[in-house]
Design a protein around this ligand. Structure first.
Ligand SMILES: [Zn+2]
Length: 225
């Protein structure tokens, strides 16, 4: 058995890490068109977290076209570490986010896009109540200083893209979906976790001592003897 190392994406580490590779099977087969296909099946072990997975490399000998398969499949999007903190704060947004990441990693891009819109709607309802459509809610968010005017513009673009998926069959490309989820993550992290934490921190900071009025130094008049 050949043992080697190579960089592979790791679901647990969330990045590409060095893996030990043990080749389990090295096969040459013919596909349905009679072309020779090289199939290499290996066990891979992450050197960081020690988790194991199976990697299969399928190479078409005539075109050198390669296909990489992993079991379990490699995750496209990693859930942020803070996602579990949301469960006690707002179980609805926590559940919605889990479904959004699940749709992303199952390659269900339309469901993923629509899920982002539902999650943004939930964030707004949580903060300002169910006071109407997106526009009313987002205006109220700005008025109550939950978000800035700039953030409002960004969120509206994401909502437009999601609405286009829902109503006009728009299928956003991966790059766009990555930007959309980044906007959602930033808003949720800021509004549910960071802002309340900073408010708590504010109460714990010892107050500054009052400034002493600066006195101009008295000039000592020395009498010339
Ligand atoms: Zn790992």
């Amino acid at each position: 058995m050949a043992k080697d190392t190579c960089p592979c994406p790791c679901n647990t580490c969330g990045v590409e890490t060095e893996h030990d590779v043990i080749v389990l099977n090295d096969l040459r087969e013919e596909d349905s068109d009679g072309n020779s296909v090289h199939r290499e099946i290996s066990a891979i072990y992450c050197r960081g977290c020690k988790t194991a997975a199976i990697r299969e490399i399928i190479t078409k000998e005539n075109t050198k076209e390669k296909q990489l398969l992993y079991k379990p499949p490699r995750l496209w999007l990693q859930q942020p570490k803070w996602i579990e903190s949301l469960e006690s704060i707002d179980p609805t947004i926590h559940g919605l986010l889990l479904e959004v990441y699940s749709a992303a990693n199952d390659d269900q891009s339309r469901l993923f896009s629509m899920g982002i819109r539902s999650a943004l709607d939930r964030v707004m309802t949580y903060l300002v109540g169910d006071i109407g459509g997106f526009e009313q809610k987002i205006d109220d968010m700005v008025k109550k200083k939950h978000i800035s005017e700039n953030q409002k513009e960004t969120i509206m673009i994401v909502i437009d893209a999601s609405s286009a998926t829902q109503h006009r069959g728009f299928r956003p490309v991966r790059d766009l979906l990555e930007h959309m989820i980044a906007v959602l993550e930033t808003i949720i992290h800021q509004l549910y976790l960071l802002n309340p934490m900073l408010q708590t921190l504010k109460t714990q900071i010892p107050p500054r001592p009052p400034r002493k009025k600066s006195k101009s130094p008295k000039k000592k008049s020395k009498k010339n003897k």
